[in-house]
Design a protein around this ligand. Structure first.
Ligand SMILES: [Zn+2]
Length: 90
């Protein structure tokens, strides 16, 4: 039985219900929480403006809340889900 081990390992990634995920392209770190299989809540750990070059390019002068997630970060989030690091917590 390795359940206790895997739980301890998983806990290392957790900060409350938030899981740290790093964008594989720009290295921006976000704290993410899976609300449902289709919904991911993301909190920036760095000021989002300018943190990610791809986001900055997409942002233009729109408010930060309307800026789409960096596509590379989205890939990183998908990978975290596949690897079981990011699970639906409701
Ligand atoms: Zn990025």
């Amino acid at each position: 039985m390795t359940r206790a081990d895997s739980l301890a390992e998983r806990r290392a990634y957790l900060d409350g219900n938030l899981t740290k995920v790093e964008c594989g392209s720009c290295g921006t770190v976000v704290r993410a929480r899976k609300l449902s299989p289709m919904q991911t809540s993301v909190q920036w750990t760095t000021p989002s403006a300018g943190a990610c070059p791809r986001l900055a390019a997409a942002a233009g002068d729109r408010p930060a809340a309307l800026v789409p997630t960096c596509p590379d970060l989205r890939d990183s989030l998908d990978r975290a889900v596949r690897e079981g690091r990011l699970e639906v917590t409701g």
